[in-house]
Design a protein around this ligand. Structure first.
Ligand code: ADP
Ligand code: TPW
Ligand code: MG
Length: 569
């Protein structure tokens, strides 16, 4: 530390200082990470120059916070990790960000190349850059301070352009302490021009898509999280409302248009997938979440229009009749410009049919939500949460678990774009505290994390981070004593708990007490309502341990079909 300061005074700087300057020049406002050799001073110096540093208890959560920051801001979120184990802990989040299409950069300290390359056994030595490559869009290493500005620019451009994703940036211990002339270092700083170019689809492809739409009898728009990421909210709303086409929001696209919008077909999903004759995908891939666009859930004769920034996404699962490759905002604008008003009338009968199914399903759902049980179940507990949140429509909802995920997605309506943050493309556990912290730090707004008890365990230690930074996060643990259910049995009849069992009657609320947060333990609807209202009114870190029936859940939540060999039906 001393020698660094001395060097600075002598007209020299070093890689560590220049790295921080390059991040600052590029508008980085927050770094999420866990410090140690060789990046501790980097975090200290970042804080010194006005970059907010949020220190975590586990790198995976720091990485998730960076990823969600990227999703919410369209600028790469930054995660800082130490070498080898810290790097590997963060890598899971980097891989997930890449799969989800969220821009982030994992910057990791690493060992000196000469020791690594000869495999001579350095402290926390690992060939990190080569390990990272298959898990992200690109991996770069900066070996000399004079390359820092280019390295950072490359990382930013790669994370943002095309389909956004994760980038790994390796900074060696040696590079961080290498000195260079301070004036030369300053002169090397720059910001990449237009790192995320807005690409426009060809007129031919726009006309092709409109022609297909014009002959549709039962058109359907599917909105995915790419549509939410594109931040073309007004244009998307205008297109949908002017065309009259019903829409189905994928999980994180909920709220792009409000869930109670008359054209929302979320509660008639089977009907619309089974009958739509022209399907228009806007920022949604035909992956497992949409049964790959084929099979018994889909109308076999359906034609597809797909709006995506990524040309190679087209035909990935089934032929796409009208690909529109370009930025969603520009593509939608072009469609609106050329659209004829006739589409509206073609949807009247189709929408009537959808409304009938919606009404029938809403009635069934109402009955479930209003049925009292003791202990509570997913429906009557989430009804309370839903009622309270109707007065907080601009709150972030983070959500993970199996039944806790699926039921929350179906029960809690979203009214504004990009407020629902969940397990994403992979359906992973562990995003809970990281996404909550990233959303709260980035927006300054409150967050409610609705967590299965198993899901909470994956990142629960970072409740301490939430308390330390006094973030307005309320965690609700839907506690059914287990993975899917808490009443699993050991098939051998032995003393060990079943594979799906967790500690019965665990008091997750007592964890937050240890860190000075607000703790609530609720077993009845009225207690849940009072606790959630109090937690939101306080604006303080809070955890509500919400006891629900251990037999309430179903195996694998709503994706039991992907688990055909399960012994539990
Ligand atoms: P979901 O899981 O909600 O169905 P996916 O993550 O599968 O959504 O799909 C998102 C798609 O959106 C990706 O294929 C990605 O390339 C695309 N995308 C992201 N941003 C843009 C954008 N600005 N313009 C066009 N396509 C985009
Ligand atoms: C990183 C497998 C899918 S859902 C789940 C696990 C472990 C937890 C479900 O229990 P929870 O919810 O959270 O209590 P509920 O309401 O159904 O009881 N490891 C990772 N990701 C995944 N998806 C798993 C394991 C899994
Ligand atoms: Mg559970």
């Amino acid at each position: 530390m001393e020698s660094i300061t001395d060097n600075h005074n002598a007209g020299l700087t070093d890689g560590m200082h220049l790295m921080v300057d390059a991040l600052k020049v590029n508008g980085v406002q927050t770094i999420y990470g866990v410090v140690g050799i060789p990046v501790t001073d980097l975090a200290r110096h970042a804080q010194a120059v006005g970059i907010r540093y949020i220190g975590f208890r586990h790198e995976q959560s720091a990485g998730h916070a960076a990823a969600i920051t990227g999703y919410l801001t369209k600028k790469p979120g930054i995660c800082l990790t130490v070498s080898a184990p810290g790097f590997l802990n963060g890598l899971v989040a980097l891989a997930e960000a890449t799969v989800n299409g969220f821009p982030m950069i994992q910057i990791s300290g690493s060992s000196d190349r000469n020791i690594i390359d000869l495999q001579q056994g350095d402290y926390e030595g690992l060939d990190q850059m080569n390990i990272a490559k298959p898990f992200c869009k690109a991996a770069y290493r900066i070996n000399r301070p004079q390359d820092i500005s280019i390295g950072v620019a490359r990382a930013i451009r790669t994370a943002l352009s095309g389909r956004p994703g994760g980038v790994y940036l390796d900074i060696t211990t040696e590079m961080l302490s290498t000195t260079m002339d301070a004036a030369d270092a300053q002169a090397s700083l720059f910001t990449p021009v237009d790192p995320s170019p807005v690409l426009s689809p060809s007129s031919t492809s726009v006309n092709r898509a409109l022609k297909l739409l014009s002959v549709a009898k039962k058109p359907l728009v599917i909105l995915g999280k790419g549509a939410a990421y594109a931040q073309a909210d007004e244009a998307i709303r205008e297109f949908i409302e002017k065309s009259g086409i019903p829409f189905l929001p994928m999980s994180m696209a909920k709220g792009l248009l409000p869930d109670d919008h008359p054209q929302c077909a979320a509660s008639a999903r089977s009907l619309v997938l089974g009958q739509a004759d022209v399907v228009m995908l806007i920022g949604a891939r035909l992956n497992w979440l949409l049964n790959h666009g084929k099979g018994k859930k889909w109308n076999p004769d359906a034609k597809f229009i797909q709006l995506d920034i990524c040309a190679e996404e087209m035909d990935s699962n089934r032929p796409i009749d009208a690909p529109l490759v370009g930025d969603i905002g520009v593509s939608i604008d072009k469609l609106i410009c050329k659209m004829e008003p006739f589409e509206i009338s073609c949807c009247i009968e189709w929408r009537k049919q959808i409304d009938e199914v919606k009404n029938a399903n809403a009635g069934k759902m109402r009955a479930k939500l209003n049925k009292p049980t003791q202990p509570m179940n997913y429906f009557n507990s989430l009804k309370i949460v839903s009622d309270v949140l109707k007065d907080h429509k601009d709150i972030y909802i983070v959500n993970e678990g199996a039944n806790a995920l699926d039921n929350t997605r179906n029960i809690i309506n979203m009214y504004h774009p990009r407020l629902r943050l969940d397990t994403g493309t992979w359906g992973v556990m562990g995003i809970g505290m990281g996404y909550s912290i990233g959303a709260a730090v980035t927006s300054g707004k409150p967050v409610v994390a609705i967590e299965g008890d198993s899901a909470f365990g994956f990142s629960g230690t970072d409740i301490e981070t939430i308390c330390r930074y006094k973030l307005p996060v309320t965690v609700i643990v839907l506690n059914n004593d287990g993975i899917y259910r808490g009443d699993g049995v050991n098939l051998a009849g032995g003393a060990d708990p079943s594979p799906t069992s967790l500690t019965p009657s665990a008091r997750y609320d007592r964890i937050i007490e240890a860190f000075g947060g607000m703790a609530y333990h609720v077993t009845k609807p009225i207690e849940l309502e009072e606790a959630l209202c109090a937690a939101l009114a306080s604006g303080k870190p809070s955890l509500i341990n919400c006891v629900i029936d251990p037999s309430a859940g179903v195996e694998s939540g709503h994706i039991g079909n992907l688990n055909p060999h399960s012994s539990i039906k």
